[in-house]
Write a protein that binds this ligand. Structure first.
Ligand code: NDP
Length: 459
């Protein structure tokens, strides 16, 4: 057996890489993790965490307005991004420190630098040449920069999170998670936002009833929607960007957010030295055990472009480490990925688990659709217009609850809890037997008695 420096070298210290490395080390493996940017990766440093901190800033603007309706005398308030940015930088530094401590505490050696694979079992970092029995590629993804001619010059979500001041006008290109979240947030922080997306509604792939309401909520926040419209070219100018639309029209903005998706981070990794081919978008091909076609080389998380969400990468990393370094090495025991709850942090936010109505019908289910659309008590008291919408999709033959969809205050928190019930295979009868917690919005999910409609596939 060859003598390697390590049992495992992990490339990339994001959520997945850190989780896998800590677990492997706890199971007795000698582990090194290599990171060229900041330990913590996209989610902690330039994604989920700072985005949510920015969402909280936006939400507090709404809260100030609501507070007046509840009797508080609130003087004119204004948002200043600079103190938020300083606090955000301090918080991500703190979290990076926590991640480094966790790795050190687990006995994982953290190596700072960009890793390049150089043949079987070998990684080069700067002047160092390291070998390991297993290489785990966990290098995540990065914003796409060539989706539209000229878009590579535009800021991405990384840059929005580093802004020191809110731009007066923002053009957002792309109606996915990042596009709608930042449109919603920036509009509340004072920007005049225009959102451009190719489909008739934002959030392609989500349930249509959610998509319609997300669009309505964005409009209510002052976002100017441009459905079915996307520029064919973006031109950088001295003071901003010009969007050239297929119609011949142009739009000018001082700031344009490129939110047209993310792509696996495999460029320059040296995969060619292994003869490892990536797919069309640069993803590392893996089987259900996260093995690439090259023995000893594995990949987890966004770099495999399967289910690009932080909790999935963490679960994959831990399961992979258990399978390779646990007391009973063998199959990778993953959580149930057939049902993954997800949230979109617009205001109000979206929480969802299970297929959209269209997808459930396409899969052949006859559906009982239960819905509730109401103004929550907090809003009615102050004459607020914000509504909550909840939807259950129930298989009419088995009574099983297939999906829970919600847009409204606390939707991600509510759907996270209901995800347990769905993972257990809950039926509508079991929802009906559950006693409500009153007064809450979530209680609606156990109080819907009459289906709004029954729909058959192909009807
Ligand atoms: P998404 O894949 O969610 O959305 C990309 C958007 O860009 C879509 O609206 C897509 O349009 C559009 N687009 C793609 N190519 C073009 C093009 N050539 N011209 C015009 N429009 C284009 O990617 P995001 O960047 O929003 O997010 C990346 C990933 O990060 C997400 O998939 C998700 O996995 C993760 N994420 C998760 C979050 C969460 O959990 N809350 C938050 C943020 C990110 P179309 O629909 O027409 O293809």
């Amino acid at each position: 057996m060859p003598d390697y420096d390590y049992d495992l070298i992990t490339l990339g210290a994001g959520s997945g890489g850190v989780a896998a490395s800590r677990r492997a080390s706890a199971l007795g493996a000698k582990v090194a993790i290599i990171e060229g940017s900041r330990v913590g990766g996209t989610c902690v440093i330039r994604g989920c965490v700072p985005k949510k901190l920015m969402m909280y800033a936006a939400q507090l603007g709404d809260a100030l307005h609501e507070a007046r309706g509840y009797g508080w005398a609130v003087e004119a308030a204004a948002f200043d991004m600079a103190p938020w940015a300083a606090q955000k930088a301090a918080e991500t530094r703190r979290l990076e420190g926590v991640y480094r401590q966790l790795l050190n505490g687990a006995g994982v050696q953290v190596i700072d630098g960009w890793a390049r694979i150089d043949g079987p079992n070998t990684v080069v970092v700067g002047e160092q040449r390291l070998t390991a029995r297993h290489l785990l590629i966990a290098t995540g993804a990065r914003p796409v920069r060539d989706s539209i001619e000229g878009i590579g010059d535009c800021p991405t979500s990384d840059d929005v999170l580093d802004l020191q001041a809110v731009p007066a006008e923002v053009g957002v290109i792309g109606g996915g998670y990042i596009g709608v979240e930042f449109a919603s947030i920036l509009a509340r922080l004072g920007a005049r936002v225009h959102l451009f997306y190719r489909d008739r509604q934002p959030l392609r792939g989500f349930d249509d009833d959610l998509r319609t309401r997300v669009a309505q909520a964005l409009e209510a926040a002052g976002v100017v929607l441009h459905p079915g419209q996307s520029p064919q070219r973006v031109a950088r100018q001295a003071e901003g960007y010009e969007l050239h639309m297929p119609s011949g029209m142009t739009h000018r903005f001082p700031f344009v957010l490129n939110a047209t998706g993310r792509r696996p981070n495999t460029q320059g990794l040296g995969l060619d030295t292994l003869g490892l081919q990536t797919d069309r978008v640069g993803a590392v091909p893996v089987n259900e055990r996260f093995e690439t076609p090259v023995p000893g080389v594995h990949a987890i998380g966004d770099v495999t472009n399967k289910r690009n969400l932080t909790p999935v990468a963490i679960a994959e990393g831990r399961a992979w480490a258990d399978a390779h370094f646990g007391s009973e090495p063998g199959a990778v025991a993953l959580p149930d990925f057939s049902l993954i709850a997800t949230a979109v942090f617009t205001l109000p936010p979206v929480g969802t688990i299970g297929p959209s109505e269209a997808d459930a019908l396409a899969a052949g289910h006859t559906l009982k659709v239960f819905e509730s659309d109401f103004r929550p008590m907090k809003q009615t008291f102050i004459g607020g217009a914000e509504r909550s919408y909840m939807k259950l999709l129930v298989d009419a033959d088995t009574d099983r609850v297939l999906a829970v969809h919600m847009i409204g205050a606390d939707a991600p928190e509510i759907v996270q809890s209901l995800a347990v019930a769905l993972t257990c295979g809950a039926t509508k009868a079991q929802f009906d037997r559950t006693v409500a917690v009153h007064p809450t919005s979530a209680e609606e999910f156990v109080l819907m008695r009459q289906p709004a409609r029954v729909v058959k596939p192909g009807a």
